[in-house]
Design a protein around this ligand. Structure first.
Ligand SMILES: C=CC1=C(C)c2cc3[nH]c(cc4nc(cc5[nH]c(cc1n2)c(C)c5CCC(=O)O)C(CCC(=O)O)=C4C)c(C)c3C=C
Ligand SMILES: [Fe+2]
Ligand SMILES: [Fe+2]
Length: 369
């Protein structure tokens, strides 16, 4: 009989898998590639919560006819020789974390990247981890602040995949790390480094991806977690309350989203003739369409069109060493009992396990089934 992915095998040692989960991106900056990506994204009930029939009509009759072309034009402006910045950055983070862990974790482990929408899918990442005999998986969403539309949606994709799996691994999930000291330090380091090269602004704007206002009313902690990250980053940078602002970007649709909107904030700062504004996006672990086009290009246009002075976008954490270090710290906080950092003890444990497995396989191969 054909064995399924991740099928039990007596003779192999179990590993711990780390599944880095991010949002995903289209395969190409074209309307043809944008259509299935947007269809998958915007059909997610965690992302759009309005009644299905009404939304089905709006999505299929209006949005999927107009948005793919418009979004493709935006993606074309930020696409690189390595493809989508979000995917290229997430791949680098995966490889760097894998390398970083190899110097610190003595137990067998594997790291894979899965995207909630598009490729490589979360299902393909889980299949790769299971093929490497990972019997335990830590799901690490690359969203520091929890939102149902990002974090919970990534977890939905994990459960949906596991529903179709016989030999389900043990699962742990990281809910958030908006106030983790290593994450805040990585953010503060990146801003300080930017300022040491480019000088300081009159105002620092911390811009987070928006979500509909009703999600806050229904109990989503995202708004509060963004504010806490903002406050901790300001404290780490020694900023007073009048030196920084928190705003929310990327409003989608007609409903009210979290306020203040970034566009209105930049418009006001421009009208107030602020001499220099820097914008940082602490919620995005990788640069992507939302930072490189909406913040670095559109934001600059809004600020300066309204009379503002210099405008700087401070890059996302991407593959900064302090961020890879923070990813390691956050992962390790959630891997207690699953991995060891003590090489000699772990080596002895692995040798013992191998011997026990060999003996067990031998005795079971002799036993009647
Ligand atoms: C913090 C992370 C994110 C949350 C929360 C989030 C919510 C959310 N997004 C949309 C609609 C769109 N977002 C789009 C792009 C996009 N969104 C995030 C992150 C979060 N979204 C990222 C990192 C990106 C960029 C992806 C890339 O390829 O670079 C898009 C697609 C682009 C476009 O057509 O504008 C849409 C659409 C909603 C409705 C929502 C919460 C309800
Ligand atoms: Fe989004
Ligand atoms: Fe956007």
């Amino acid at each position: 009989m054909k064995k399924t992915m991740g099928a039990f095998d007596h003779a192999t040692l179990p590993k711990t898998g780390i599944l880095l989960a991010n949002l995903g991106t289209p395969d190409a900056p074209t309307a043809k590639a944008l259509r299935p990506y947007l269809k998958q994204f915007l059909s997610d009930r965690r992302v759009v919560e309005i009644p299905r029939i009404i939304w089905w009509l709006i999505l299929n009759l209006i949005i999927l006819n107009l948005r793919p072309r418009k979004s493709a034009e935006k993606y074309a402006q930020i696409w690189t020789s390595e493809g989508s910045p979000l995917l290229a950055n997430a791949r680098k983070q995966t490889a760097l974390l894998q390398g970083f862990l190899s110097q610190r974790i003595a137990s067998p482990y594997a790291v894979e990247l899965g995207m909630r929408y598009g490729n490589p899918s979360i299902a393909s990442a889980i299949a790769k981890l299971q093929a490497q005999n990972c019997t335990r998986i830590l799901v690490f969403p690359l969203y520091p602040q929890y939102a149902a539309s990002s974090t919970a949606s990534a977890l939905d994709a994990v459960w949906d995949t596991l529903k179709q799996t016989r030999n389900v691994p043990a699962i742990r999930t990281i809910r958030n790390y908006h106030d983790h000291p290593a994450y805040i330090k990585a953010l503060a380091d990146s801003v300080r480094e930017y300022w040491s090269i480019n000088g300081k602004p009159e105002k620092l704007v911390m811009s987070f991806h928006g979500v509909p206002r009703y999600t806050l009313d229904k109990g989503d902690p995202y708004h509060c977690e963004c504010h806490k990250t903002g406050r901790l980053l300001a404290e780490a940078l020694g900023l007073s309350k009048d030196q920084y602002l928190i705003a929310f970007q990327s409003r989608f649709g007609k409903a009210e989203w979290l306020k203040p909107y970034l566009a209105a904030t930049l418009e006001k700062l421009g009208k107030d003739q602020v001499k220099r504004v820097d914008v940082v996006c602490p919620g995005f672990s990788s640069d992507c369409l939302e930072t490189l086009e909406e913040i670095a290009m559109e934001g600059k246009e809004i600020f300066q069109h309204n009379g503002g002075g210099e405008y700087h976008y401070i890059p996302a954490l991407n593959s900064r060493e302090s961020w890879i270090h923070a990813m390691y710290d956050i992962a390790l906080d959630n891997l207690h009992g699953w991995v060891s950092t003590e090489w000699d003890a772990e080596h002895a444990r692995q040798e013992g396990l191998k011997t026990a497995l060999r003996a067990q396989a031998l005795s079971e191969s002799k036993a009647d089934v």
